[in-house]
Design a protein around this ligand. Sequence first.
Ligand SMILES: C[S@@+](CC[C@H](N)C(=O)[O-])C[C@H]1O[C@@H](n2cnc3c(N)ncnc32)[C@H](O)[C@@H]1O
Length: 201
Amino acid sequence: MRSTLKRRGAQVLQIASIVIAAFYLIFSTLASGAAEVRYEPTPMDVVREMLLLADVRAGDVVYDLGCGDGRIVVAAARAGARSVCVDIDPQRLAEARANAQAAGVSERIEFRNEDLRNTDFADATVVMLFLSAEMNRLLKEKLLCARPGLRVVSHWHAMPDWPPERSIRAMSEMGERPIFLWIVRNDTRDPRSRNGSKCAR
Ligand SMILES: C[S@@+](CC[C@H](N)C(=O)[O-])C[C@H]1O[C@@H](n2cnc3c(N)ncnc32)[C@H](O)[C@@H]1O
């Protein structure tokens, strides 16, 4: 009888410690602001198509929100643009810095270790995304209220209730990958436009 009670007690303690450990893991991950979108690089063929779709050229300011190893910002800088590489993961930013240096374009790229949800991209002419459906949903209003003319290109994920201006399927060694282009419009009658009443300006 006593040994059965002891066993039960040990089991209860074991379950309680597993539950506490799970809660600790969840809350510490949230509190640290860790990346919610796991790292997966865009294949280089697709990077080139993204730059073409956005018509990136000298004079552009290209932000990659969640820039990973920096391949998009490096390609944009090589095309003559100035670019901004934003990532929450310092290891990814270190890789991006090294890749920019190897490509000889470091002076054209700004690196920001921050949560992309707080990024000020007021000076952007192009925003590149390869995130998640949920992250695109969170960013949509901010993008719609950005300056008219801003080109937004997303690899893989669309925007809820914002039909793209163009979408293509890029061929890569990973198979066909959809990419989408939106252009922020000032014309509020255009269903693709920003909703003026919701924007601060
Ligand atoms: C799918 S990868 C895309 C990397 C790169 N843009 C590309 O296309 O090759 C997503 C990147 O977003 C970063 N990320 C995820 N959540 C983030 C957040 N809240 N703020 C900033 N970066 C984030 C991840 O660390 C990861 O490097």
